[in-house]
Design a protein around this ligand. Structure first.
Ligand code: NAP
Length: 318
């Protein structure tokens, strides 16, 4: 197939595009060209790369037509964040693509109710990002089920890979937390450290997109969680990281307001967003319908990423 990937050079695209090329597809990669590909791979030699600013072209009303004119069999939209953005693209592609895959997020669920959360649970999103992604999901699935638009939505958890800092055991992105744990230094966690995070390796996200393309008949009109086989508690995550360095985690626990007061504003806001959601999602549906079997557990994915940070001297743990 000819597959257009919108937002192709990012964390997921760096794995997805080589996977699609290796599977024999012709890939057209769209991005603004502002960032290098996260992961170099020989497959990029055969990929047609187009410099396109989706936001600017949407404002001009030309983006949907631009993608349609590339005559794709399938389109992977990695960077849709608003309902109007999704609507514009669907109107441009209606009747012209065999499969349309959109990247969502497990934030469409808001807080968890019965865990592991399944895709059929009622959506209670909060925060602009999750609310918009839930609206996009609802719109695309309705278009698929009512009007035959061939949409699939894949919802990743916290994406991890080499080249950037993973979500850490304190629920934010400061890689200094890994340093503290590696050195056996004390770390305080909010509440009882029992709130959860749910990572996924970027290559497993890429795998899920590739599988959805293969299993089109099962995928169209459906949404799927794309996460590791099991979520982590902050406490268990911290203990495991310390153990990688032969240390026992020295953890203390503070009620949220005290923990927030002792933490930088940005980091506290990131942690709040993660623990307020405390995701714990099921991949049973993706396993059953797409044959999705992630290669990485959460800890394996984070381990690979942290070792990359050490090797590239982003963090110093000795
Ligand atoms: N990060 C997470 O933990 C997480 C969790 C759940 C879901 N998600 C979802 O994952 C998706 C993002 O995937 P990712 O992590 O692979 O993205 P990413 O690493 O942020 O990469 C974004 C890609 O889009 C391109 N891009 C950005 N703005 C653009 C524009 N206006 N026009 C054209 N291209 C543009 C970027 O290249 P240029 O900058 O060169 O244009 C790059 O190729 C989103 O839908 C997000 O909601 C992420």
């Amino acid at each position: 197939m000819r597959i257009v990937v919108i937002g192709a050079t990012g964390h997921v695209g760096g794995y997805l595009v080589p996977r699609l090329v290796e599977a024999g597809h012709e890939v057209i990669a769209l991005s603004r060209g502002q960032h290098k590909v996260y992961r170099e791979h020989g497959a990029w030699e055969t990929v047609r790369r187009l410099v396109v600013d989706r936001s600017a072209e949407e404002t001009a009303g030309t983006f949907g037509r631009r993608v349609r004119d590339l005559q794709p069999d399938a389109v992977v939209d990695m960077i849709c964040f608003t309902l109007s953005s999704a609507q514009h693209l669907v109107e441009g592609l209606r009747g012209h693509v065999q499969h349309f895959l959109s990247c969502g997020t497990i934030w469409v669920h808001g807080h968890s109710v019965q865990v592991p959360t399944t895709e059929d649970q009622v959506r209670c999103p909060f925060g602009e990002y999750g609310v918009q992604k839930a609206q996009i999901e609802a719109y695309l699935l309705k278009e698929a089920r009512l009007h035959g638009f061939p949409a699939t939505v894949l919802h990743p958890g916290h994406i991890v890979g080499t080249g950037w800092a993973p979500l850490n055991p304190a629920g934010h992105f400061n890689p200094g937390v890994f340093v503290r744990l590696a050195r056996g230094e004390s770390l305080s966690l909010p509440n009882l450290g029992l709130e959860t995070v749910h990572h996924v390796h970027a290559d497993d996200v890429a795998l899920a997109f590739a599988q959805a393309l293969v299993r089109r008949n099962s995928a169209v009109g459906e949404s799927f969680h794309v996460v590791s086989p099991a979520a982590l508690t902050l406490r268990g995550y911290a203990e495991a990281v310390a153990g990688w360095f032969g240390k026992t985690a020295s953890l203390s626990y503070l009620p949220w307001e005290q923990w927030r007061a002792a933490t930088g504003e940005d980091e506290a806001a990131q942690t709040w967003d993660h623990i307020a959601h405390s995701p714990n999602c099921s991949i049973e549906k993706a396993h059953r319908l797409l044959g999705f079997r992630p290669c990485y557990s959460s800890l394996q994915a984070v381990y690979e990423s942290v070792m990359w940070l050490i090797r590239h001297k982003v963090i110093e743990v000795a």
